[in-house]
Design a protein around this ligand. Structure first.
Ligand code: GLN
Length: 320
């Protein structure tokens, strides 16, 4: 496989790879792997999704868009939404957020409770559930309508007003969200949730239930590949320093306890969700998004990891 891939590297320092051809190639090669792994079932609504779905989208900072397979179909973005909530929290409170959340990889599953007791209610990073709950609490101190604000923000970033919450998924999370209830109450006991616990959870569950396609996500995250400024509109989303920090956190903490392997195999900042999506960012160049609902034992998309690994190999692009 390695020899075949190397023979096919299409990019060079001077010439941009043919991303459309790369995506088609990945689509062909991934077929035998589809269906390996299992969709998340601890959120009952996610267990209904067809495990054979597969889509990808690439959006370059200079305006080219490519999509293959089910890349235009909307799916539950789940923890990928933590990039949006961290971005909003940074915009509202700047560096003050680091008094309430750390920025080290946790080395633990995303919904682990153990570290929080030892570390006195300060979550390791904003991308594990505990950290994301704190980010949601921060956002809610700045608006009476956090769900509306989050939705408007994401719609604007993606340039798509059809993006919405999925009430069935949000309700399913309420039903099955025992660990998140435990985390939120635990955080509250340490004083690291200021608002009403149920309202914070309701906002968090909705944010996880956002449905977007690979193309939507590739557009929405493009500011991360462009120094914080959305190409096209020229809107400043984050400062250069905030953009650097977001990418750094995605690199170190975006794939939970599989971040090291993602860096090793793929080599770019990323963020995954249990809906089977993974967003990758090549700063200065592009966003690459994949969706395949069947997950590996670390709760990351099995084919998504493979596809992004092949993407950086075939294009000869990574941050390393
Ligand atoms: N909504 C999910 C949860 O809280 C998000 C987890 C994920 O995508 N890793 O468990």
């Amino acid at each position: 496989m390695v020899r075949r891939l190397e023979a096919w590297v299409v990019g060079s320092e001077n010439k941009a790879p043919d991303y459309g051809a790369v995506l088609n190639r990945i689509m062909d090669d991934i077929r035998p792997y589809l269906g390996q792994g299992r969709p998340a079932d601890y959120i009952p609504a996610l267990a209904q999704v067809d495990p054979m779905k597969f889509g990808m989208a690439v959006q370059t900072a200079d305006g080219a868009a490519h999509v293959v397979g089910d890349g235009a179909e909307r799916f539950s973005i789940q923890s990928i939404s933590k990039v949006f909530s961290l971005t909003l929290a940074m915009r509202f409170e700047g560096p003050a957020i680091w008094q309430r959340v750390g920025r080290e990889p946790s080395g633990n599953p995303f919904n682990s409770l153990v570290q929080l007791e030892y570390e006195q209610g300060i979550p390791r990073n904003p991308f594990i559930n505990a950290g994301a709950l704190v980010m949601t609490d921060i956002i809610m101190r700045h608006t009476d309508d956090a769900k509306g604000l989050m939705l408007a923000f994401v719609r604007e970033l993606a340039g798509n007003d059809a993006i919405d919450y999925d009430p069935v998924v949000a309700a399913s999370e309420w039903e099955a969200g025992h660990r998140n209830f435990a985390l939120a109450h635990f955080l509250k006991s340490f004083g690291n949730i200021r608002g009403n616990v149920d309202q914070v959870l309701d906002t968090y569950f909705h944010q996880c239930s956002l449905t977007m396609s690979c193309s939507d996500l590739a557009r929405a995250m493009l500011f991360l590949a462009a120094g914080g400024v959305m190409p096209g509109s020229g809107t400043t989303v984050t400062s250069p320093r905030q953009t650097k920090r977001l990418n750094a956190l995605m690199m170190t903490c975006g794939l939970y306890d599989e971040g090291g392997d993602f860096a090793f195999r793929v080599g770019m900042p990323g963020k995954s969700g249990v809906g089977g999506g993974i967003v990758g960012v090549l700063p200065g160049e592009l966003t690459a998004v994949v969706w395949s609902p069947a997950l590996n034992p670390n709760h990351n998309s099995l084919c998504g990891m493979l596809a992004l690994e092949w993407f950086t190999t075939l294009t000869g692009r990574s941050i390393f």
